[in-house]
Design a protein around this ligand. Structure first.
Ligand code: NAP
Length: 264
C-alpha cells in the first residue's frame, strides 16, 4: 500500500524546493524510486547536480536542476519560467524549503525574521499560486506544503519560525478545502523534530531535538498522506500524541512548557 502510494507520480514531474538537503533530499530519493521525473531546486547547485546524477543513473528518471534563492521575490517566477520553458508539466509541487532561527525575538536581527517569512511563507504562496491555475484547468495535480509540529502552537525562542509554520498549515488546509472535488489535492506535512541540517542552520541547541526522526520518515509520511487525499498529516506517533495533548491543555500552559524546553 505504502509502496503503491509512492508510485502515484511515476512518469510524471515533481518539483521539489529545498532538495539539496534533509527532508527535501529524501523526497527526491523516494519519488525517483517511485519512477517520478524531478525538478530539483535550492541554492547549492553542486549538491543538486550530485543528487541528479546519482538518482537518474540509479532509477532511470529524468532530472532537471535549477538553482534559486527563495529570498529573492522573483525566484518563484524564475522557477516557473524554467519549467514552462522546458514544457514540463508539474504534477506535484513540494514546497519544502525553509529555515528557522533560534533565540529571543528582541535579539534576532529583524532582517533574519523577515527572510524566514519570505522563504517559509511568501515563496510558498507565490509558487503555489503559479502552478495551481494549470492544475485546476487540467483537473489534476498535487501540492505538498511542509509545515511543522510547531504549526499547532506558539514556540518561544522559535517564535517567528513557529508563526511561519502556522501560516503554512492554515494556507494548505484552506486551499485543500477550496479545491476539494476539483481533482487537485493539497496537503500539509507536519514533521516533528527531524534529523537534518535544520537545527544547525537555526543555531538551535542540541537538547531541543533529542528524539529526532530520520528525514526519510516524514518525507514518506507526507507523500503517502497526499496520495490518500489528506489535508494534513503529522509524522510520528509520539508527535501525534503531543499535538493531541496540546489541544486539550490550556494554551498558556502549552506555551510555557515549550518555553521551558527551548529556553537558551
Ligand atoms: N528538521 C526539522 O526538525 C523540521 C521539523 C519540522 C519541519 N521542518 C521543515 O522541513 C523543511 C525542510 O527542512 P529540513 O529539516 O530538511 O532542513 P535542511 O536540512 O536545513 O534543509 C533545508 C532546505 O531548504 C533549502 N533552503 C533554505 N533556504 C533557502 C533559500 N533561501 N532559497 C532556496 N532554498 C533554501 C536548503 O537548500 P540550500 O541551502 O541549498 O538553498 C535545503 O535544501 C523546512 O520547511 C522546515 O521548516 C523541519
Amino acid at each position: 500500500m505504502a509502496q503503491d502510494a509512492l508510485k502515484t507520480w511515476a512518469g510524471k514531474w515533481a518539483l521539489i524546493t529545498g532538495a539539496s538537503a534533509g527532508i527535501g533530499l529524501e523526497f527526491a530519493k523516494l519519488l525517483a524510486a517511485g519512477g517520478a521525473n524531478l525538478v530539483l531546486t535550492a541554492r547549492r547547485a553542486d549538491r543538486l547536480k550530485n543528487t541528479a546524477s546519482e538518482l537518474s543513473a540509479q532509477y532511470r528518471v529524468k532530472i532537471e536542476i535549477f538553482s534559486a534563492d527563495l529570498l529573492r521575490p522573483e525566484a518563484p517566477v524564475e522557477i516557473f519560467n524554467f519549467t514552462s520553458g522546458k514544457n514540463i508539466e508539474v504534477e506535484l509541487l513540494i514546497n519544502n524549503a525553509g529555515f528557522g532561527a533560534f533565540g529571543y525575538v528582541h535579539e534576532i536581527p529583524v532582517e533574519k525574521m523577515l527572510e524566514m517569512i519570505q522563504v517559509n511563507c511568501s515563496a510558498v504562496v507565490r509558487l503555489t499560486r503559479l502552478y495551481l491555475p494549470l492544475m485546476v484547468a487540467r483537473k489534476h495535480g498535487d501540492v505538498l506544503i511542509v509545515a511543522s509540529l510547531a504549526s499547532f502552537q506558539a514556540v518561544p525562542f522559535s517564535t517567528v519560525y513557529a508563526a511561519t509554520k502556522a501560516f503554512d498549515l492554515s494556507f494548505a488546509e484552506g486551499v485543500a478545502e477550496e479545491l476539494r472535488g476539483s481533482g487537485v489535492r493539497v496537503c500539509a506535512l507536519c514533521p516533528g523534530t527531524t534529523n537534518t541540517e535544520f537545527q544547525q542552520v537555526a543555531k538551535q541547541p542540541e537538547r531541543v531535538f533529542r528524539s529526532a526522526e530520520p528525514a526519510e520518515k516524514p518525507a514518506r509520511v507526507g507523500l503517502e498522506a497526499l496520495a490518500a487525499g489528506k489535508a494534513y498529516v503529522i509524522s510520528g506517533f509520539m508527535n501525534k500524541l503531543m499535538k493531541e495533548g496540546q489541544r486539550l491543555a490550556p494554551r498558556r500552559f502549552v506555551t510555557r512548557t515549550a518555553a521551558k524546553m527551548m529556553r537558551p
